[in-house]
Structure formats: C-alpha cells, structure tokens
Design a protein around this ligand. Sequence first.
Ligand code: AMP
Length: 544
Amino acid sequence: MQGLMMNVPLVITDIMRHAERCHAGTEVVSFTVDNPRHRTTLGEVFRRSRKLANALTRAGMGLGDRVGTLAWNDYRHLELYYGVSCMGAVLHTVNPRLFPEQVAYIINHAGDRLLFVDPLILPLVEKLKPALSSVEQVIVLTDDAHLPASAIDGLRSYESFIAGEPEEFDWPDLDENTASSLCYTSGTTGNPKGVLFSHRSTVLHNYAALVGDAFGCTRRDTILVVVPMFHANAWGLPYAGPTVGTRMVFPGPKMGDGATLATLIAEEGITLASGVPTVWQLLLNHAREAGVRLEPLRKVSVGGSACPLAVMEEFRERHGVEVLHAWGMTEMSPVGTLNTFPWGFENWPKAEQDALRVKQGQPAFGVQVKIVDDAGHELPWDGRTAGIVKVRGPWVCSDYYKLGHPSESHAEPGWFATGDVATMDPDGVMQITDRAKDVIKSGGEWISSIDLENVACGHPKVLQAAVIGIRHPKWDERPLLVVVPRAGEAPTREEVLGWLQGRIANWWMPDDVVFVDSLPLTATGKISKLELRKRFTGYVLPTA
Ligand code: AMP
C-alpha cells in the first residue's frame, strides 16, 4: 500500500519563497570592495534575484546552462545563488585561489556561458580570457561607478546588468532532480572533478545542516559565513540562514583576516561562525595579541581538516565558545559527521573528554558510513581498526560531472569512497586518522599524522604543526614534524619532542622536527601536505 502524502518537489525556490514570506526583514551584512559594511535584507536580496533572473533570461540563459562565479562571500553572490539556480540554470562557483590553469580548465570543462566576477578577481580573468572558450560575457560584481577599466570586450557591471529589469519573475516549476549548482574539487593528482548538486540534494542537506546539533542556526542568531561560497556551497549556510531567518554577515575578501573577523564579531553581534581550522587559528592569534574576548560568539563550526584540540580549548577557555567539529567533503554537500557529546559528558575525566573532542563525530542522519579494507571487506566498529571510509546518502554525489571515464571512487555500486582513513567506535563515532595518501607507513604499520599534529599543537609555544612521511631505509617512512612557532616564541626540537613523550605511542615519535615561518595552504585554506612533501623532497632524517 502507498502512503497518502503529497509528493511536493524539493526545490531551492521554496526555500526562497518561504524566506520571503517569513523572514523578508532579516538583515544581510556584507564586506565588499565598494562598501565595507553594506546592509540589505533577505526581502531585498530576493527582489534583486528576480531582476537577475530576468536579466539572465534576456542574456539567453535557460534550463541547465552554466553560470560561473569567481566571487567572495557577499550579498550579490547570495542573489546569484538563488537567481541562477531557481530559474533552472546551474550556478558554478569557481575557487579563485586555484592555480590559473585550473581555473581556466574548470570554466571550460563546465562550459560556463556567463561569468560573474568580483572586481578584485578581474585581473585573473583578464589574463585567462583568451583561453576561456565558452564564456560569452563577463559581468563585474559592482556598479558602473566602480567598474574597472578593462580590455575585456562587452564587460559590464552587475548593477547595470540587472537595472531596469522587472521585479517580478515567474519561477519555473522544476523537477526536484534538476541540477542546481556545480563545484569542482581540486584533487592532488589529475584535473579537478565536478560535483553537480541538485535541488533535491540541496534541500535534504539543508534539513541536516539545520538540526540543533549541526550548525544550529536560529532566528535569534547572527552567523558569520567565513567558509567561502565557492567551497561546497559555503557548507549550505546560504540556504540554512534564509530557511530559518538567521541574520547573515559575509566577510567578502576579508575571510582570512583575523582582525576584520574579530571586529565583525564584536560590532555585528555574531553568535555563530563557520570555517576551516587555519582561519580560526588566525582569529585566536589576533584575539590573544590584541587582548580581546570574542563576544557574543557562542558556537563555531569547524571542518575541512582536523581541528586541533588546542584550538577548541582556546575557544572554550578564553572565549566561552563551543566548538562543533564536523567532517565532510564537497562530494557530500558537504555534511557527513558531526561531533556532539552525550549526556553526562561534563562529568567525564578531562582526558576522556579530550579523546572524544578530537574525533569527527557521528554520521548526520541521512548519511550511511562504512569502513573497508583494501579488498573492500567491511571492518568492525571497534574504535581500533582503521579502514577506508565509504559513504552513501541522498546528498552524496553519484558520479562526477562529465568525467569521461568511470569514477574509481564509485567503483562499488551505491557507495562513494571518500579517500579518508578512519576508525569507528561501536556507537558510530568516527575518527579520521588521515587522508589515504597522507598516511605514514612505518614498518608496515600506519602512523596517523592528524594525531601527531593534534598533540604537537597543544605545546604552548606551537602555533601550527604538520606531519609528513619521509623516506627511511629501514622503516620505509618515518614522520617529520614541521612546526610554526607562536609569535615571539622559539621552541627547541628537544622541547617539542619532550612534549610528545608519553602523549603518543613511542614508535610514533617523529624522527626530526623542523621550524618554519609558515605552512603552505591549499586553495580552500587547508594545510597542503602535497606542497609540504614537495618542499621536503630528498630530506634526510637523522635516523636514516
Ligand atoms: P573538501 O572537499 O575540499 O571539503 O575536502 C574534503 C576533505 O577534507 C575530506 O575528505 C577530509 O580529508 C578533509 N576533512 C574535512 N573535514 C575534516 C575533519 N573534521 N577532520 C579531518 N579531515 C577533514
């Protein structure tokens, strides 16, 4: 027997309609090049999204056409999120921090016909333009008064593009499986791969992102969206905020600037924020040096790479801020697991609390997880056995966009191999030990670089730490610890190794420690192990 419930399509357009009805007056604040504190409302954003949809139609865009953005987090990008997807076209958010050749590759691969570009990113597009085969028009996210002079043919401002367009637009009734947005992941080898989200996957992910133990946005919160809108749809926050009427603050090009973030937190009354650990290290550093308390911030969501315990402790102890440690990836829209604490956690011994805090948490409802060995056999959830993480669910990608060959990650039907290695506790709490390609293989055993980094970051003189495997004649690989000291500190090799003693298994002890001024970052702001390994190619360990 079939249930007797309505089959209403799950479309982003309904998030917009709901928000317009219920939260039209909710404020949206942005830092842009032409205005460091632009203020608007959700109602105004959606009014302009309709003008945009009319302008896009006039420019010949229709169902399935790709519209590219090279833009920071701000209200115009939010208008594009809704205007493009809800008219049936595909919003392709391009990461401007990728290598220029990669930017050109993915714009061509996606076949973007229009490109919306932040003024600060225009020089990159000017350089690449001759190589962009599908782009018909470049539109700069500014007004005519601020439109930079440029050699690009037909260049125009966003404000002139939408000016004079009707404020009404008849949004099409879309099938819920219609593609809504596209985001490429920068693999460490080969070309970037496209993840094509649908209206349905986005709406279902939105429910998961909104539960209290996830990002937990409410109508009484103000969220600072630090995670870029070109990185996995800013973790779904541009949908979650309008759904419940959370006030949103977008830091524009200042997302990596600790001082600006601290100012926004204080002056805009930020209560929630989301981003990768390296951003929070910069913010905490600024707050420590400037002697400020991050008020009224109450909760920070951290993901993208493992969050060091020291970062969580500093947030909690100095600022009274709760940290949500989450794991996910672009291919998962991105939410996969969320680390939350059970009843009675407050009374656990500190060591046990810390051991749970550093884990990545339990699967969000909607995501199924398993760990497997190299032969694909499922491994036990015993908290000790590490295996490759595979996932499935309605917001997990089923294939890559126009890959041109079968996707290795989808070799097992119905499952996606994430490339991460983890253990699972009996109650489903996952702990990532490494990316499969970052695992250090010493004498046939695996050493977790993430665990080592976490402990090293706890040393009071250490700001950041990264561990990579270095060739070793006897053990195959041994760990090298690379450390960025805190400002004004000069820890010694012995001090750091002494700190690790007793806190890690003896055979995990790094064979050497190297001090550097900074660590290389990827285009999404994570520590780049690939770059670091290149930097230390040929390094000879003292034990070799
Ligand atoms: P991206 O698609 O760029 O967001 O990268 C996804 C990858 O980031 C995952 O496959 C993990 O390797 C890593 N990652 C994300 N969140 C975490 C986390 N909380 N701890 C450890 N690694 C993470």
